[in-house]
Design a protein around this ligand. Structure first.
Ligand code: ATP
Length: 204
């Protein structure tokens, strides 16, 4: 269970959000909405523990994430706004860097899931923006993390890729995973309701 309790964040004397409170239980997905600069990425970084709120507490289970030293990185996967992949490395090498215990077969399979069969041993510097994003997204097929925090995962992804990703999200929720994401485009309609948090608004 991921919980934010009275979380506030200020930037340059501006209130980005104040007294944000929500709980996400196993099997739930929440989309954070807001205009450019509303604070979506800032909130995601708070949820990962990479930065700290000015006020309030974020908890995983019954413990603040700031005191959650053991196992926290393994339980949470954060895919940031930029793909975060190394240009000189191949697609395979990039995934092996993040998932050193994954077998070659598992990494090839993950790349197949994102339609990059045949590109495994090519440096990603030669890839298009969408293909680079797909390398980053292939990590979803390699991780055991329960909590996925995804910043704009659909950027540069074509319609086919969006529907593959949506299916992957739904499978993760069915296995009692939790997803928090930002996206400027809505996910396709699906059986699982998507909670929405509009910054400066209320959780539906
Ligand atoms: N470390 C920081 N120090 C000062 N201001 C910051 C910092 N990080 C972000 N900001 C500011 O906070 C505001 C929110 O930024 P953020 O990246 O969270 O917005 P966003 O909702 O993700 O926007 P976008 O839709 O454009 O990606 C912006 O005005 C940004 O300039």
């Amino acid at each position: 269970m991921l919980q934010a309790l009275n979380v506030s964040c200020y930037r340059d004397e501006r209130v980005l959000f104040k007294d944000l409170t929500f709980t996400l239980s196993a099997g739930e997905i929440m989309q954070i909405e807001g205009e450019n600069g509303a604070g979506k990425t800032t909130l995601l970084r708070l949820l990962t523990g990479l930065s700290r709120p000015d006020e309030g507490v974020i908890s995983w289970g019954d413990q603040s994430i700031l005191h959650h030293c053991e196992g926290w990185p393994q339980q949470m996967l954060y895919l940031a706004h930029l793909p975060g992949i190394k240009q000189v490395l191949t697609a395979y090498e990039n995934l092996r860097f993040y998932h050193p215990k994954a077998s070659r077969e598992a990494i090839y399979q993950a790349l197949e899931e994102v339609e990059l069969t045949g590109y495994e041993e090519i440096p990603v510097a030669h890839f298009s923006a969408g293909q680079q994003r797909r390398v980053a997204l292939a990590r979803l097929w390699l991780t055991d993390a329960t909590l996925w925090i995804l910043d704009e995962p659909l950027t540069a992804i074509d319609k086919w890729g969006v529907s593959t990703l949506n299916a992957k999200f739904m499978a993760h929720l069915a296995r009692q995973g939790i997803i928090v994401l930002t996206t400027h485009q809505d996910l396709p309609a699906s059986a699982q309701p998507i909670r929405k948090l509009r910054l400066s608004g209320d959780v539906e």
